[in-house]
Design a binder for this molecule. Structure first.
Ligand code: PBG
Length: 316
C-alpha cells in the first residue's frame, strides 16, 4: 500500500575522473567516493551498471587549469577520454556529463572573469564548445550546471548545428548558492579562489524564483529540469513537479551525503535507514530521478531479498 517506492532505476551516480594512471583516491569528506583515473573509471562504471543503476554523471579534474578553462573542451580531456572508455566497456550504461567551467578554470568560477566579475555571455560560447566536445566523444546527455542565463539555448543551438539533435539536455535549472556543496568542491578541486557563486546561483530564501528559472530553461530546450540541493529543497521539487510536465531530477548533494556519513561514523544515526528515508522523501516530493552518492549503497539494499526498502535489517 506504500505510495512511494524506490528502485535502482531512479538513480544517477556521480563519478569524478582525474588525470594520470592507476589512481583511485578516496575523497576525505565523502567516504566511499573516489577521484579515479580513466583506466579505473570504466571498471567502476561496470560495477554501477551491474547494480541496476542506469546512468552516471561525470565530473572532470583536469591536469591543467587556466583562466578560460580550456581543458573543458579539449578533445583529449579527462571527461572526453572517460566517456569513450565507459562507452567502450559498458555500452549499456547511460553517460551524462556535467557541463561547467569551474572544474577547469584557475579561479574556480563557473564562467570567465573580466574585470573581477563572472561574465555571462562570453561564458555561453565556452559552455557550448564543451557540450559539443562531450557529444563528439559519445556522451548520451549533457547537464549544464553553471547557471549562466541563456546557456540551455546556446548549448541546444550548438549541438543541433553539429548534428547532435538527439542528445538531450538535463539542466541544473533551480540551483541554489548552497553551502552544502562544500565537500564536492574538495572532490572536484573547484573552490572559487575569490568571492562566491551568489551572482549566478540562486538565493536559498527564494521559492517563486525557482519557477521562473525552470520556465526559462524549458523554453530554451531543457528536456529534464533539476532542483539542487534536494533535502532542504523539497518544497521546490514539489512546486516544479506541479507546475511543469517534464521529468524532474533532484541532486542529493555532497554535503547532504557527508552529514549522514559523519553522523553514522559517530554512531549517532542508523546510516541505512536514514539514507533510505532521505531518498524516499525526495521521490515523494516529486523527483523522477535522483542524483546521489548513495546510489550504490541504496541499490544494494533494494536488490537484496527479502526486500526491505526502508533499509532496516532483514529478518529470516
Ligand atoms: C559545478 C557543480 C557543483 C556541483 C555540481 N556541479 C558545485 C558548485 O556549483 O559549486 C555540486 C555537487 C555536490 O555538492 O554534490 N558547478
Amino acid at each position: 500500500m506504500r505510495e512511494t517506492s524506490l528502485s535502482p532505476d531512479d538513480f544517477i551516480y556521480p563519478l569524478f575522473v582525474t588525470f594520470g594512471k592507476n589512481i583511485r583516491k578516496e575523497i576525505k569528506s565523502m567516504p566511499g567516493c573516489y577521484q579515479e583515473s580513466v583506466d579505473k573509471i570504466a571498471k567502476h562504471a561496470k560495477e554501477v551498471y551491474s547494480l541496476g543503476i542506469p546512468a552516471v554523471l561525470l565530473f572532470g579534474i583536469p591536469e591543467h587549469k587556466d583562466e578560460i578553462g580550456s581543458s573543458a573542451y579539449d578533445p583529449h580531456g579527462v571527461v572526453q577520454k572517460a566517456i569513450r572508455a565507459i562507452k567502450d566497456k559498458v555500452p549499456g550504461l547511460y553517460v551524462i556529463t556535467d557541463v561547467c567551467m569551474c572544474e577547469y578554470t584557475s579561479h574556480g568560477h563557473c564562467g570567465i572573469i573580466q574585470k573581477g566579475d563572472v561574465k555571462n555571455d562570453p561564458t555561453l560560447e565556452l559552455l557550448a564548445k564543451e557540450a559539443v566536445s562531450h557529444a563528439k566523444a559519445g556522451v548520451d546527455m549533457v547537464a549544464p550546471s553553471d547557471m549562466m542565463d541563456g546557456r540551455v539555448g546556446a548549448i541546444r543551438f550548438a549541438l543541433d548545428k553539429e548534428g547532435f539533435y538527439e542528445i538531450p539536455i538535463m539542466s541544473y535549472a533551480a540551483k541554489y548558492a548552497s553551502s552544502f556543496y562544500g565537500p564536492f568542491r574538495e572532490a572536484a578541486e573547484s573552490t572559487p579562489q575569490f568571492g562566491d557563486r551568489r551572482s549566478y546561483q540562486m538565493d536559498p530564501a527564494n521559492r517563486r524564483e525557482a519557477l521562473k528559472e525552470v520556465a526559462f530553461d524549458i523554453e530554451e530546450g531543457a528536456d529534464i529540469v533539476m532542483v539542487k540541493p534536494a533535502m532542504t529543497y523539497l518544497d521546490i521539487i514539489s512546486d516544479v513537479r506541479d507546475a511543469f510536465d517534464v521529468p524532474v531530477a533532484a541532486y542529493n548533494v555532497s554535503g547532504e551525503y557527508s552529514l549522514v556519513k559523519a553522523a553514522a561514523k559517530l554512531g549517532w544515526i542508523d546510516e541505512n535507514r536514514v539514507m533510505m528515508e532521505i531518498l524516499t522523501c525526495i521521490k515523494r516530493a516529486g523527483a523522477d530521478l535522483i542524483l546521489t552518492y548513495f546510489a550504490k549503497d541504496a541499490a544494494k539494499i533494494l536488490n537484496e531479498p527479502p526486500r526491505r526498502r526502508d533499509g532496516g535489517v532483514s529478518k529470516k
